[in-house]
Design a protein around this ligand. Structure first.
Ligand SMILES: Nc1ncnc2c1ncn2[C@@H]1O[C@H](COP(=O)(O)OP(=O)(O)O)[C@@H](O)[C@H]1O
Ligand SMILES: O=P(O)(O)OC[C@H](O)CO
Length: 497
């Protein structure tokens, strides 16, 4: 077997496909952005057909870039933006509404009502999650209750729900398979992470009939075969994981205590806690890191909604930079005086605050403040937010030895940001040679399942350090900066409205 794997990475802003060879080297990429829809304040939607068609095109582009025929590919691995919910008709395959994206806040009132009814402890205990609009379950209920006739069709068994992996597999197999993996299921609010099954009580609570739900498989399993007409040869789909879990795999964070943090639009840090789910006392999520051969490995997760998105705001909102990479030079120009703090609560605050009503704020403005201070504050906000997550993780679960953070994602290109991150964490930050860890993780799940790629140990030994950032900041300075940050967050959370 040639050992080529086609990895699909369907993300929030773009669809990407990468062909990896048997040495796990990238040998062809396809990438496409697709439209974002914001029909009302706080609402974010994607057209399901855009997700599917862009995925199809980037797969074909990656095969072409690698100069390969589909028949030379051993398997497909899929990783995806998580929580985003699609509901479609089982007979026609037509979506009944747009995909409601993870960032969408429209179900905040429903979540608040469930909280007021005292439901959060039950939900948290079973799912490891919190009652927040971030997760899929309340989005599905919204579709059923707001699209004309949808609830009746759901009750009649005519509709299917899936996260984006399910939706893509449904289309790749022309409706033959309605499946997902345990990591994606664990983000829905409907899945019991202890029994590893859909939970009737939670489905009843949220108003989602169980007939809508996909079959849940291990992260490396037989998810179906793409129909021949799509690529010219049928391809088995053998690996599926949510993108942050796939990055955990791609970073080879297989041992309890290992942490990865991905800096894209948002930032998501996952700490491998092994075979036992650890309940957080600090408002982190307990989630499934991966499920292999029926055995579940759990993680504690900290989710930050705005990381690289703060850099996008500098570019598109303020217009003070032309490209994301300009931030570093600008931040370096900022004078080392009293800091400017940006709390980027543009869509509320995620972990550990979970405050959907908070909105962004800037503290410490003076007459001299200018674009360089804003650039620096935006990059520093990523470090401060990560520090809050790591503090919460350490309070929840004491790891042996020093914490080392393995990082990936677009923002890690910035040395300045990674150095500040290490300084403010007082811990080493390791940037690997391969930054496409998300796609690599999905490829490994599939490649290993079909016997074309090595096992966990050998895969882990392929992980290569590109650069280690070591903390250099004096303790006093770090403490002073952190005190200011915490005060800034606390003032941001006092709603103005
Ligand atoms: N050199 C850089 N410095 C700072 N931020 C960057 C840099 N390059 C990219 N980014 C930020 O990283 C994000 C893109 O990363 P990526 O991993 O592709 O994200 P996603 O998968 O969420 O779309 C963007 O928000 C962009 O602003
Ligand atoms: O598509 P990304 O990389 O922004 O990741 C989004 C996360 O999966 C949301 O939970």
């Amino acid at each position: 077997m040639a050992g080529f794997i086609l990895a699909i990475d369907q993300g929030t802003t773009s669809s990407r496909a990468i062909v990896f060879d048997k040495n796990m080297e990238n040998c062809g990429v396809g990438q496409e952005e697709f439209p974002q829809h914001f029909p009302h304040s706080g609402w974010v939607e994607h057209a399901p057909d855009d997700l599917w068609q862009s995925t199809l095109r980037v797969c074909r582009a990656a095969l072409e870039a690698a100069s390969l025929e589909a028949s030379e590919i051993s398997a497909i691995g899929i990783t995806n933006q998580r929580e985003t919910a699609v509901v479609w008709d089982r007979k026609t395959g037509e979506p009944v509404y747009n995909a409601i994206v993870w960032q969408d806040r429209r179900t905040a009132a429903f979540c608040e009502k469930l909280r007021q009814d005292g439901r959060e402890p039950l939900v948290s205990e079973k799912t490891g999650l919190l009652l927040d609009p971030y997760f899929s379950g309340t989005k599905v209920a919204w579709v059923l209750d707001n699209v004309k006739g949808a609830r009746a069709r759901a009750d009649a068994g005519e509709l299917a729900f899936g996260t984006v992996d399910s939706w893509l597999i449904w289309n790749l197999t022309k409706g033959a398979r309605h499946v997902t993996d345990a990591t994606n299921a664990s983000r829905t609010l409907l899945f019991n992470i202890h029994s590893n099954s859909w939970d009737e009580e939670l489905c009843g609570l949220l108003g989602v009939p169980m007939s809508l739900l996909p079959e849940v498989l291990d992260s490396a399993a037989d998810f179906g075969t793409s129909v021949e007409s799509l690529f010219g040869a049928p391809l088995p789909i053998c690996g599926v994981a949510g993108d942050q879990q796939a990055a955990t795999v791609g970073q080879a964070c297989f041992a309890p205590g290992m942490v990865k943090s991905t800096y894209g639009t948002g930032c998501f840090a996952l700490l491998n806690t092994g075979s036992e789910p650890v309940a957080s006392s600090n408002r982190l999520l307990t989630t499934i890191a991966y499920r292999l051969n029926g055995e579940t490995t759990y993680a504690l997760e900290g989710s930050i909604f705005v990381a690289g998105a703060a850099v996008q705001w500098l570019r598109d909102g303020l217009g003070v930079i032309g490209a994301a990479s300009d931030t570093q030079a600008l931040a370096e120009q900022a004078a080392d005086r009293d800091p400017l703090y940006l709390v980027p609560a543009f869509v509320g605050l995620g972990a550990p605050h979970w405050d959907p009503d908070a909105r962004g704020a800037v503290f410490g403005l003076t007459r001299d403040s200018g674009p360089s201070d804003f650039a620096r504050a935006a990059l520093e906000s990523v470090g401060y937010q990560t520090r809050d997550l790591i503090d919460a993780m350490q309070a929840d679960w004491a790891a042996d030895g020093e914490t080392v953070l393995r990082v990936d994602g677009g923002m890690t290109a910035s040395d300045w940001t990674m150095q500040f991150l290490s300084d403010i964490l007082a811990a080493p930050v390791d940037r690997p040679e391969v930054l496409e860890t998300t796609a690599l993780g999905a490829a490994w799940l599939a490649g290993h399942h079909v016997g074309a790629w090595p096992g966990m140990e050998e895969f882990s030994s392929h992980w290569r350090l590109q650069k280690r950032f070591a903390p250099g900041m004096l303790q006093d300075k770090r403490e002073k900066l952190l005190k200011g940050w915490r005060e800034a967050v606390s003032r941001t959370r006092k709603s103005l409205f």
